[in-house]
Design a protein. Structure first.
Length: 204
């Protein structure tokens, strides 16, 4: 039984927010790797294996993402069955948003499992699979934003504390991803310039 003052729905909602937080940290660390950020050369100027931390945040995100719907099995009204969680198309409340949430969970599980097998898969194939994290995050944010934590199909309160947390995480990921894309385009542009200069020098 949950502690006094906390309901089953509260625990489910908090675990869902924990999943959003974990996936946000995970993606930010992944983007730092894409920037080739070095915590030894830059802040905090210490050797820190944030690749391992990146992996662990992925495991944590998957664990709390599984816990989030599993807790609903203990809810009395509406009553959820295992089938409603695994295949929530006909779940007793908010079937569309719950289906999107299930898709997020399955995609996240796929990314975590393939990352665990990255050496066997090879870097090129693993990297292709790893980009599914963006689809998983999009589905997770959709589910988190549009579901009613009280399961009453109420209108979305965009200024609710939980929703504000999800919105902040979404904006942070969007801004960092845009910077990553901009950085990648600059690198590609400089690479083309160097290639052109090299070609001209060779032809002269």
């Amino acid at each position: 039984m949950p502690p006094t003052g906390l309901t089953v729905l509260d625990l489910s909602a908090y675990s869902g927010l924990a999943a959003v937080g974990a996936i946000t940290v995970n993606m930010l660390l992944g983007l730092l790797m894409a920037f080739r950020y070095s915590p030894h050369r830059s802040w905090p100027h210490r050797r820190f294996n944030y690749f391992r931390f990146h992996n662990w945040t992925g495991y944590i995100a998957l664990a709390v993402s599984i816990l989030h719907p599993a807790i609903l099995l203990f809810n009395k009204n509406p009553r959820f069955r295992i089938r409603d969680l695994v295949y929530p198309v006909h779940s007793p409340s908010q079937p569309l948003d719950n289906t999107v949430g299930a898709i997020a969970l399955y995609l996240l599980a796929f990314v975590v499992v393939t990352s665990y097998l990255r050496i066997r898969l090879g870097r090129h194939l693993w990297k292709s699979f790893h980009f599914f994290i963006y689809f998983a995050a999009a589905a997770l944010f959709w589910h988190s934003l549009f579901t009613d934590p009280a399961l009453k199909n109420a209108a979305v309160d965009w200024f609710d504390g939980g929703k504000l947390f999800v919105e902040s995480c979404l904006l942070l990921i969007a801004a960092t991803s845009w910077l990553r894309l901009r950085h990648a385009r600059k690198r590609a542009f400089h690479a083309r310039q160097i290639a052109q200069l090299t070609a001209r020098a060779t032809s002269e």
